[in-house]
Design a binder for this molecule. Sequence first.
Ligand SMILES: [Zn+2]
Length: 143
Amino acid sequence: MSSWKRLRTAGAVVLGAILSLTPFLRYRWGAPHPTAHMDHEPRHGGVLGMVGDHHLEIVRAGGRVECHPSDAHRLPIEPIGGRVECEGGEVIAAAAGGSRLVAPDRCPTNEVTCHVLLNDGMTLRMSAAVPPSAFIKDETAAR
Ligand SMILES: [Zn+2]
């Protein structure tokens, strides 16, 4: 093997390593996942579930219940309204703000249900056991 050919091979190996790292870095930085339903990590310290082809993450922190809808690729969706329902049936009106729905947390147990209305008329509904936490993990909420 000539020396220039060896150099080209080494360059190709380095380039390949950089390209193979890129999807991992995108994932770590919270970018939408390129493949649908390959990313089921909670982004806000809550509990993530699938609702049809969408995802919903329920967070209980700082006296609030937050419902974070996202699409199949985990791209956040802006809700237009909705409500939170406690185990036992109490319904709490929720306000849409950015890509989440927020309601005061008055649920007596861990079981909460988010009803998230999207602007295409679809309602995402998910129930989960989410223990209340004293801290908000979402950096946008902490500002
Ligand atoms: Zn999924």
